[in-house]
Design a protein around this ligand. Structure first.
Ligand SMILES: Cc1cc2nc3c(=O)[nH]c(=O)nc-3n(C[C@H](O)[C@H](O)[C@H](O)COP(=O)(O)O)c2cc1C
Length: 410
């Protein structure tokens, strides 16, 4: 679900201090680079006891800033120049020590001095033993950082390297990367309630079997994540999927088409935007067996009945200011079926794709979409990662919102 160009052209400064989790900052560095960022690394002396400078130099392609008074720097005043050049700074992991120094305005090494000169957005990602993290001084210092406008990325909960269990584990590098993307994302959906549905549904045949489809939920999760980053108040109604909850999104998990219908219809009443990306089963077994069906008969006929058409119901209930977006996955005659569906279900836009290929549709990380609008316009998007596709869909949603009664964000 991670977009390839999310940090394209951004200059990120990665600060590494001396904790066990320093090895994870190598993964973070790779992730930031993968999304197009140019990353420079500043390390404390202690950090180098955990991961060598050479690793960061080789991967970042830049010298590492580690010593204030370094002959190799020549006349360059690195702590000022690097601070000036950065679009954002992230310290991961941040030790109790560097947190304390930043909170108190101490500048006695390369990283802490550089932090003093930074005016760009700053993120600090604490990682330490639970007792250290819960120490009053550390908590006080973290509060000070937040008051000073520095974002703290809360550590995760779990078993730590020191064998204690509790908060203190460095936030997942993927989460840290999202937080950086968040810094650069315009909040054009602020104040908007967004409902997104995603994933397949499962219609039981008996307690151990069901009818479903190969939808992974990736498209809907990407829309939910992109909408939350743009400031939307987002709820994601998800059928069974193995994806991590998108950051800053309330997730409601359901299984059957009936549960999906109940949850979506409940949530949509007060929604400004509804994006229905779930692959809901059109039919379900009429009588699910209470016990496992035994392999006795040579032929077995399964009787099916229609499930609730959620999108049609949403179209009927749509209020004048509300925006309804649907998806259509077809194996043929894409344009004809997509336009028919858009009209029949009173949609403001439909995103359609042909399924069956390996780079698009179900379970792929990429999608090749065509967008259709009620006024006859359509837009053919090239193959792209699902997050980028979600961003383009939301650009259109924001534009439609702005046109509808002027209550839009733009
Ligand atoms: C094996 C080992 C692991 C450590 N892990 C952490 C840690 O995860 N978090 C932390 O705040 N300090 C940790 N420390 C303590 C710091 O390295 C120490 O406080 C140091 O002064 C931090 O310096 P710095 O903030 O300049 O990097 C660890 C020390 C050792 C010996």
């Amino acid at each position: 679900m991670w977009g390839e160009n999310l940090l394209s052209g951004r200059r990120i400064l990665l600060g590494v201090s001396g904790g066990i989790a320093a090895y994870k900052s190598v993964e973070l560095l790779r992730l930031l680079q993968k999304s197009g960022a140019d990353v420079r690394v500043a390390m404390t002396e202690s950090a180098q006891k955990f991961v060598g400078r050479i690793t960061f130099e080789a991967i970042s392609g830049h010298p590492v800033f580690e010593r204030m008074f370094d002959d190799a720097a020549g006349h360059e005043i690195r702590h000022i120049n690097w601070a000036k050049d950065a679009d954002a700074v992230v310290i991961a992991p941040a030790t109790a020590n560097i947190i304390g120094k930043i909170a108190c305005g101490i500048a006695d090494d390369a990283l802490s001095t550089l932090m003093m000169a930074v005016t760009a957005p700053r993120l600090v990602c604490p990682a330490m033993n639970t007792h250290m993290f819960e120490n009053r001084a550390v908590q006080r210092n973290l509060e000070t950082l937040e008051k000073d406008g520095i974002s703290v990325v809360a550590p995760g909960y779990g078993e730590l390297a020191c064998k204690t269990t509790g908060p203190g584990r460095l936030a997942d590098p993927q989460e840290i990367a999202w937080r950086l993307v968040d810094v650069f994302t315009a909040k054009d959906l602020a104040g908007k309630r967004v409902v997104v549905s995603a994933g397949p549904t499962r219609e039981p045949i008996d307690p151990v079997r069901y009818i479903s489809n190969p939808s992974s939920g990736k498209m809907g999760y990407a829309v939910a994540q992109a909408a939350a980053l743009r400031g939307g108040d987002v709820v994601l109604v998800s059928g069974p999927a193995v994806l991590a909850d998108p950051l800053g999104v309330r997730v409601r998990r359901v299984s059957t088409a009936h549960e999906m219908a109940e949850a979506v219809l409940e949530e949509c009443d007060s929604a400004d935007i509804v994006v229905k990306a779930a692959a809901v089963s059109d039919y379900r077994p009429t009588d699910a067996s209470a016990h496992k069906v035994k392999k006795e008969k040579d032929h077995l006929v399964l009787e099916l009945e229609k499930t609730t058409d959620i999108l049609a119901e949403l179209g009927r209930r749509k209020t004048p200011g509300q925006i309804l977006v649907g998806f259509a996955a077809e194996t043929r005659e894409l344009e004809k079926y997509a336009i028919e569906k858009m009209k029949k279900k009173n949609l403001d836009m439909i995103a359609a794709n042909l399924v069956g290929g390996k780079d698009a549709g179900f379970d792929a990380d990429t999608n090749t979409l065509r967008l259709f609008f009620p006024d006859g316009r359509n837009e053919k998007l090239p193959m792209m990662d699902k997050f980028t596709a979600a961003t383009i869909i939301l650009d259109h949603v924001a534009a439609i919102l702005a046109r509808k009664g002027g209550n839009g964000p733009m």
